[in-house]
Design a protein around this ligand. Sequence first.
Ligand code: HEC
Length: 117
Amino acid sequence: MRGSNRGMSLFRTIGIATAALMAILTAGGTQAQNAAKPDPAKVEAGENVYNDYCQTCHGQNLVSTGQTFDLRKLKPEERERFLRAVLMGKGQMPPWKGVLEDAQIDAVWAYVMSRGG
Ligand code: HEC
C-alpha cells in the first residue's frame, strides 16, 4: 500500500516537473524565435518609419553611402546604443525624441535587426 502511494506521488511530481519544463522550453523557444526573426508586421512598420525619417541620411535599404553610420553594423546587444543615439541625437543627427513615438523607434530597431545584427 505505502509503496504504491509513493509511486503515485512520484508520478505526480514528475508530471508537474514535466509541465514546468515544457513551459520553460516553450517560453525559451518563443524568445529565441523573436530574436532571430522579428515580427514581420513590426519590421514593415519600421521600414516605413525608416524610409520617412532616416533614409535620406542613412541610405536606401539601410545601406550607408559612407557619410553616415551604417545601421546594419549594429549588433542585437547594441539596442541601448541605438536607442540613446536615436533619442538624444548624435553629431550631425538630430534627436528624434518627441518626433517619433517609442513604438516607431522600436519598429525601426526591428527593421534594422531584420537586415543586419
Ligand atoms: C540629418 C541626417 C540624419 C538623419 C535624418 C538620421 N540620422 Fe542617424 N546619424 C546621422 C549621422 C551623421 C550619424 C553619425 C553621428 C556621429 O557619429 O557623429 C548618425 C548616427 C546614427 C546612429 C549610430 C550612433 C552611434 O552609436 O554611433 C544611429 C543608431 C542612428 N543614426 C539612427 C538613426 C535613425 C533610426 C534615424 C531615423 C529615425 C536616423 N538615424 C536619422 C545622420 C542622420
